[in-house]
Structures are given as C-alpha cells and as structure tokens.
Write a protein that binds this ligand. Structure first.
Ligand SMILES: Cc1cc2nc3c(=O)[nH]c(=O)nc-3n(C[C@H](O)[C@H](O)[C@H](O)COP(=O)(O)OP(=O)(O)OC[C@H]3O[C@@H](n4cnc5c(N)ncnc54)[C@H](O)[C@@H]3O)c2cc1C
Length: 436
C-alpha cells in the first residue's frame, strides 16, 4: 500500500516545524515554497542595515532536510486549493497550475505587507518581508550616503540624509536603532564631504507609544533609548501621504529620499483559496486543533491562521507558528500510526523581546520586565539558538562579536542586479542619440 501524502505549503517557521515533527512518520512529505530558502525574518533588519549578509539569515530549505528522507522539497508557488479533489495547484518557472494531490494539507504561507488601504505608498516606502526587500532597503540607504557625498549642493544633503521609518512596532524600533548605530559609528570616518552622523532618522507611528505589545514601562525605556541614539520619535499621528519627496504627517512635510514601511502585515490568500471563514484581517479561523471546520485533513498554521485563546487571537510571531506547525505534524503522525492524538493546541508564550541599538534590549516574559544590557545578551543568545543551522549560528555570532568591538559591519555593498540607474540612464541616452 502506498504511503499517505502530506503536502506542506511554506518553508517558514510553521512549515519547517511541521516537516520536522513528521520525521518518523511513514508518509511522503512534500514541502512546497516559492523561494528556495528558509528565512529568519527577525534578523531581516540587520541585512537592511548592512550588519549581516543575506546568506547569514537564510538557508536553502533543501539542505535543512538533506537527512530527512521522507521530505521532498519543491520550488513553486501555490495559487489555489481544491478541497474536494484534495489537491493544490502549483506554478513554477515553466509550468502553470500543476495539481499536486494530498491526503493531509498544512498551509503555512505567512503574511505580507499591508499598507492599510494605501497601496500607492508602496512605490515610495518599500516594506521589509523578504531577503530581496532587505537588500533593496540596504541599497537605498547606502546609495543615499553615496549620493550626498557626490552632491555639490549642500542644501540637498538634508533630504538625502533623512531616513524615515513608518511603524514603531518591533521591526521599526529595531531598524531605527540599527540605523542610528550605522550612521554614528560604522560610517563615521568613511566620508569627506558629509558627516554621516548628521543624518536624521525619524520613526513615525499613529499609536501613542512605541512597541505597543510591550508594557508601558518597557515602551518608555525603548523610546528613551532611541532618543539617546538621536532618533526622532513622532507618535500619535499616522502618515497622510508618502511620495517621491518624503512624507506628510500631521500636516507637516518631512522631506526624505528614503522611506521604509515597517508597519502592518496582511495574511497570505490561504482563506481565499479555501473559501472558508476568515477574521477581519483575512486570516483563516481555525479550530482548537488548527484544522479548518469540516476538513480534518486541512491545517492552517502561523501568521495566516487566526487562533483564539482566552478570547484574543494569538499574535503573528515565530513562536506561535513553530508551536502550531509542530502540533499539526504531531497530530497527523498520530492519525497515521494510530497512536493517541495530542489534546487541543495550547500556546506556550515564552515572552517577547526587541533590541534597540547596541547592547540594549527590552524583554518581557510573564511578570519579568527587563531592559538594558542583560536583556540584550538574552536577545542575542535566543536569536542565535533559533537560527536554522549551526553554521549560521557560528558565522552570525562571530560577526556580532566583530561588529560589537570594531563597529564594522558585514555587508556594506550596493548590489544592483540589473545595472546601476545612472549607467542605465546613460545607456538609454546613447541609444537614443545613435537612433537619432
Ligand atoms: C521584519 C520582521 C521581523 C520580525 N521579528 C520577529 C521577532 O523578533 N520575533 C518573532 O517572534 N517574530 C518576528 N516576526 C514575525 C515572524 O517572522 C512571523 O510570525 C513568522 O515568520 C510566521 O511564520 P509562518 O510560518 O507563518 O510564515 P513565514 O515564516 O513567513 O513563512 C511563510 C513561507 O511561505 C512561503 N509562501 C508564501 N506564500 C506561498 C505560496 N503561495 N506558495 C508557496 N510558498 C509560499 C514563503 O516563501 C515563506 O517561506 C518578524 C517578521 C518580520 C517581517
């Protein structure tokens, strides 16, 4: 008899945990992802601010499962699910909508940016969700300093050296702190005509405080730290406009050539594929065993699922995704081998952390609330522990130690994969001249 087939869509935190939990299951596990790598999103801001290289926070999914023989990794994008025929449709570089059948399905397709109905902001304020986004932000930030150094007219330096982050949640706060360290230490001696330390970093949010999921005391400590680092924190007003010249907030225009969106997220379209009930944000409402009502063979986990505990939906964080993925894997295992199934899913909240610049973090776990160097050490240890492989743990650790003591960063390259803009413009001009 052929083995049952488990299709997992998404090789992020949830999908990876599910596949690992199926290690000893007599089943064929097909893991489909549209990228070839598992990405450690919590450190994306460090790639965007040139502290780490892309390969230090991402690992090929295939290499993670090289020793787990029941897992087959497929590079492709799922575009639909047929619940009745029990198959997902996958498109890749040269094939469209190829049906892949399943006996069990785990959807772990995560989330993307949300511009809260202002999709026109995206052109001027890219988000931070993928490696490509992080490299694009890094290019933009480093390019601004290069342009300012080459700019003869000092009145233009202000716009070029103003960096705006929209969204003061963990990503915005961490990114603002890292940018402040970049301009005040790493870049300090590298330029002749401009002073990188004069760069203006503005963090904007409509919420009344930074890091809303943290206690008021920790929010205040993080805000104070940001201000000590020279970050301007502007709270209580959302942005009214974002365009090529900067932003408008509370009626005031702040001119800037670099605006980065670190605000909302929206779930993947899993709810639309399944045509099932979703919450207001569009996340699939799952039952207490993370399955979809009426379909015990379909599981939805992580950022794309809405799971209520104590009357509140669980937050979109890596811990939730990992625990739900592991749970779905264990439940499927028990059904296949006929062992006792686990009880309903319960989230074990280990706490939250955010880092603010060098040597300072805030940590909240149950009644413990700490800020400062100790919290930063805990943050570093925990993040290292959750990186996907031991080689990543080692290289990131060494890089952090090096950066901590020397101020130097791992990856300050501007990499434009399709040629630089000025070169392209020059090329176009010369083609036009030749044609004329
Ligand atoms: C910048 C940033 C910082 C963060 N910092 C923290 C933090 O400090 N602590 C914390 O706990 N959480 C943090 N998070 C949140 C955390 O990363 C997410 O909660 C977690 O990644 C969710 O896991 P997931 O498995 O649901 O989705 P993901 O990890 O996002 O994985 C989804 C996977 O699905 C794939 N995929 C999506 N759609 C398709 C498709 N149609 N076909 C095929 N593949 C598809 C994607 O390529 C991806 O690999 C952060 C997130 C971001 C963006």
């Amino acid at each position: 008899m052929s083995q049952p087939r488990i299709v997992i869509v998404g090789g992020g935190f949830g999908g990876l945990a599910a596949a690992k939990a199926l290690k000893n299951t007599p089943a064929q596990v097909i893991l489909i992802d549209r990228t070839n790598h598992h990405l450690f999103q919590p450190l994306l801001y460090q790639v965007a601010t040139a502290a780490l290289t892309p390969s230090q926070i991402a690992t090929p999914i295939r290499s993670i499962f090289r020793k787990q023989e029941n897992v087959t990794v497929i590079l492709g994008e799922v575009t639909a699910v047929d619940k009745e025929r029990k198959c997902v449709f996958v498109s890749d570089a040269d094939r469209e909508r190829v049906p892949v059948a399943y006996d069990y399905l785990i959807l772990a397709t995560g989330a993307t940016h949300s511009y809260f109905g202002h999709n026109e902001f995206e052109e001027y304020a890219p988000g931070l969700k993928s490696l490509a986004d992080a490299v694009a932000s890094r290019n933009k930030i480093l390019q601004a300093f290069e342009q300012a150094e080459g700019e003869e007219d000092p009145s233009r330096h202000r716009d070029l050296l103003t960096f705006i982050l929209v969204g003061a949640g963990p990503t915005g706060v961490e990114m603002a702190g890292a940018l402040a360290i970049l301009v005040r230490s790493t870049l300090r001696s590298d330029f002749r005509r401009i002073d990188p330390a004069s760069a203006r970093i503005v963090l904007v949010d409509m919420a009344p405080r930074v890091l809303p999921p943290f206690s008021e005391g920790l929010s205040e400590a993080a805000k104070r730290r940001l201000e000590e680092l020279g970050v301007e924190v502007r709270l209580g007003h959302g942005v009214d406009r974002i365009d090529a010249e900067g932003i408008v907030v509370a009626g005031e225009r702040i001119a800037s050539k670099t605006v980065i969106w670190t605000a909302g997220v929206a779930p993947s379209p899993a709810g639309k594929w399944l045509k099932v009930e979703t919450d207001r944000a569009g996340r699939v409402c799952v039952q207490n065993d993370v399955t979809v009502p009426g379909h015990p063979e379909i599981f939805v986990v992580g950022d794309t699922a809405s799971f209520e505990e104590g009357g509140k939906p669980l937050p979109g964080v890596a811990q939730v995704a990992m625990q739900q993925g592991r749970y779905a894997g264990k439940l499927i295992h028990s059904r296949i081998v006929g062992s006792t199934p686990p009880g309903p899913f319960r989230y074990f909240d280990k706490g939250s952390m955010a880092v603010v610049g060098k040597g300072f973090a805030v940590l909240q776990s149950y009644k413990v609330r700490v800020s400062g160097f100790g919290a930063w050490l805990a943050w570093a240890a925990i993040h290292l522990q959750f990186l996907a492989t031991s080689s990543l743990r080692l290289t990131v650790f060494l890089q952090w130690v090096w950066t901590y003591f020397t101020g130097q960063r791992g990856s300050r390259l501007i990499v434009n994969h399709h040629g630089s803009q000025p070169a392209k413009a020059a090329e176009e001009t010369s083609t036009k001249t030749a044609v004329a």
